[in-house]
Design a protein around this ligand. Structure first.
Ligand code: XMP
Length: 326
């Protein structure tokens, strides 16, 4: 039987009871497989890696070493939440690497979107390798591969780094949710006690805010996109749009526009709001958000984000427009 194929008779996990049975079965399996070795996991704080981390903590406790890298490209409060949940609530063995300066230095002057992705991927591998070399009993690398990743890109999660690790760091893979769909992974996460903010998080690209700070990233524009995104998320959550809208975020392009502030002309950035409805990110449509709500968000961004004098709402469906801007 192909271990990467979901058996035809495998039931879809829809209830807490089924989730608990899955967890109990996996805990035994993981304990047998791993024995007394250590397992390394890159913990981004996304749904899949968080659920795998929580499952492994239940199975092997401190033998799991989670590495969370702050690339400087995370949303506001994201690294703090990972530390609070995993170190604070789950007592995880968590290594936190503050690598913002490393990433931003490497990205300086890089404007091509694919080149930006490559620089981020390569730097991530380097940071992760540095941490892996500090440990001497690691036998396994855990990954949050889920079934759609296998269906779409073969057995290894496309953006994961195992292919890029050097030979002496090629560990055996542990992928306990690789036969599950996203909705099943979410139920498992809830049954493991992860907070709803983590389990129902909207998709967030691996390269993070880098693809929303268009062109060559500068620190001031990156801060503008992070601050505007935090306001947008706060308001979408207060209005309870956050569960029905698939993705919502802001973009700051690399050009300026004229404005007027206290009677003086200014030359500052625009912020673009993107909010889309989708079922699988392959196609997207635009939610009919009330104008009053958009005006409120616009005012909050203009009043609170330094260097921004204009706000736009992108109403382009996919196709032809992709969800992200680059
Ligand atoms: P597009 O922009 O292609 O995005 O319509 C489809 C979905 O993929 C996400 N996305 C990415 N995710 N690395 C990722 O992990 C990336 O480089 C990347 N680019 C886009 C996007 O947010 C949307 O959910």
């Amino acid at each position: 039987m192909d271990p990467n194929r979901r058996p035809d008779d495998m039931l879809r996990i829809t209830t807490v009871k089924q989730a608990e049975d899955f967890i109990a079965e996996q805990v035994v399996r993981l304990q047998e497989q791993i024995a007394d070795r250590q397992v390394l996991l890159a913990l981004s704080g996304g749904v899949d890696s968080s659920v795998v981390a929580a499952l492994l903590i239940k199975a092997i406790g401190q033998q799991l070493v989670c590495v969370h890298v702050n690339t400087g490209l995370m949303r506001q409060g994201e690294s703090e939440e990972v530390i609070e949940v995993f170190r604070g609530q789950l007592s995880a063995n968590l290594v936190f690497v503050e690598a913002s300066e490393r990433f931003l230095d490497k990205l300086a002057g890089v404007s091509d979107p694919e080149q930006k992705r490559k620089v981020i991927g390569a730097e991530f591998i380097r940071v992760f390798e540095d941490e892996a070399r500090k440990l001497d009993n690691v036998g396994f690398l855990a990954q949050g591969t889920i079934y759609p990743d296998i269906l779409e890109s073969g057995p290894v999660k496309a953006h994961h780094n195992v292919g890029g690790l050097p030979d002496d760091l090629k560990f055996e893979l542990v992928e306990p949710v690789k036969l599950l769909y996203k909705d099943e992974v979410r139920i498992i996460g809830e049954a493991l006690g992860l907070p709803a903010s983590m389990v129902y998080r909207q998709p967030f690209p691996g390269p993070g805010l880098a693809v929303r700070c268009l062109g060559a990233i500068t620190r001031d524009r990156l801060e503008a996109v992070r601050a505007a995104d935090a306001i947008l998320r706060q308001e979408f959550s207060a209005a309870e749009y956050d569960r029905e809208i698939w993705q919502f975020f802001t973009i700051v392009p690399d050009f300026r526009t004229t404005g007027v502030r206290d009677g003086v002309r200014v030359y500052e950035w625009p912020v673009i709001i993107r909010a889309i409805l989708s079922v699988d990110a392959m196609e997207a449509s635009i939610p009919d958000l009330p104008m009053e709500f958009l005006q409120k968000v616009t005012k909050l961004i203009l009043d609170n984000v330094p260097g921004v004098c204009r706000v736009l709402y992108d109403i382009t469906p996919k196709p032809p427009g992709t969800i992200e801007w680059e």
